[in-house]
Design a protein around this ligand. Structure first.
Ligand SMILES: NC(=O)c1ccc[n+]([C@@H]2O[C@H](COP(=O)([O-])OP(=O)(O)OC[C@H]3O[C@@H](n4cnc5c(N)ncnc54)[C@H](OP(=O)(O)O)[C@@H]3O)[C@@H](O)[C@H]2O)c1
Length: 291
């Protein structure tokens, strides 16, 4: 039997990757854009918009307020989209008796750890985006719906706005680039993340008894800084750009970022008997996507 899913989000990196992956699978899906369902108005239009969604076996929430720096000055809007809307969507899923797959972030942690964060590690976001994403996790946990919350990190693909495409764009006009070396984590290719999201979705549809809860889902591979990631990108592309390593203090942004946010992915590996490929493998696919 072919299962039908609703993906909230259509234009984002993950939603686009899901569109590709679903096209290769036996699933069918509707992708819901902001015009049909605006997450910034959870208390007014969201409930009626949810009721107009096509019938489905599961919902994937792939949309979010992702502008980490802007969130500092737009906390109310970010909280509506990331904090309150997921709770209403979870309540809708409970009422319909269908599972919800939600995406969260490494930025729920404060970055003081020096080994990869387990799902159970103490939460302590240091910026508004992280606080709103955590509020969304809690709202889903309290809803009583069947859910999986997939925490991921440093998402990239070959064409949307992200670190990889920004570096490649800057390389066209710069011979030297300053990049921070004191934020460590693991990049995640959106295509690999999308495959994992569908694995989890299929599991929740097929197995109505076992809870999944929160699970870390990132590419595997070495933990690196943004500066190291930039160097790998330029070297892979044979681009003659010198990366000058700087500290976060020298590259001031409105939102603080965790100094360390690598996630421990052993829970995913245990649940699904396999893990995601390395971020280097993801980078190769993303770069091939551009050609
Ligand atoms: N990107 C990362 O590095 C990263 C890291 C960790 C976790 N995550 C999480 O991964 C998930 C997917 O992220 P992504 O990288 O695919 O994000 P993205 O490329 O920034 O896309 C965000 C999506 O959310 C939609 N959206 C924003 N505000 C909305 C609203 N008020 N109503 C309806 N839709 C709205 C956007 O639609 P419009 O095109 O209409 O604006 C867009 O489709 C998110 O939950 C994010 O928090 C991302």
């Amino acid at each position: 039997m072919s299962h039908h899913i609703v993906v909230i989000g259509k234009t984002g990196q993950l939603a686009q990757a899901l569109q590709k992956e679903i096209g290769r699978s036996s699933l069918t899906a509707n992708f819901i854009d902001r015009k049909s369902l605006d997450l910034s108005a959870p208390e007014t239009s969201l409930n009626s918009a949810l009721r107009k969604l096509p019938k489905c076996h599961a919902v994937i929430l792939a949309a979010a307020y992702t502008a980490v720096d802007k969130a500092e000055n737009q906390q109310e809007k970010a909280m509506a989209v990331n904090g309150r809307a997921p709770g209403l969507i979870a309540a809708f899923c409970k009422e319909q008796d269908i599972p919800l797959v939600h995406i969260s972030t490494d930025y729920v942690f404060n970055g003081q750890a020096r080994k990869p964060y387990k799902e159970t590690h103490q939460i302590a976001p240091i910026n508004a985006y992280g606080r709103t994403k955590r509020a969304g996790e809690v709202a889903i946990e309290l809803s009583g719906c069947r859910y999986a919350i997939l925490r991921t990190s440093w998402v990239f693909d070959g064409h949307n706005k992200n670190f990889l495409t920004t570096m490649l764009k800057l390389a066209q006009t710069h011979k030297t680039l300053s990049v921070v070396n004191d934020q460590l984590g693991r990049p995640t290719y959106a295509g690999h993340l999308a495959k994992a999201v569908l694995k989890v979705t299929n599991e929740l549809i097929a197995n109505t008894k076992e809870p999944i809860g929160i699970v870390n889902v990132t590419n595997t591979g070495p933990i690196i800084s943004w500066a190291e990631f930039a160097k790998v990108i330029f070297s892979d592309q044979n681009l003659d750009v010198k990366v000058v390593e700087i500290s976060s203090l020298e590259y001031s942004t409105p939102a603080k970022r965790p100094a360390y946010s690598a996630l421990d992915t052993r829970k995913f590996e245990t649940l699904f008997a396999s893990n995601l490929p390395s971020w280097q493998a993801g980078l190769k696919v993303a770069l091939a996507e551009r050609r």
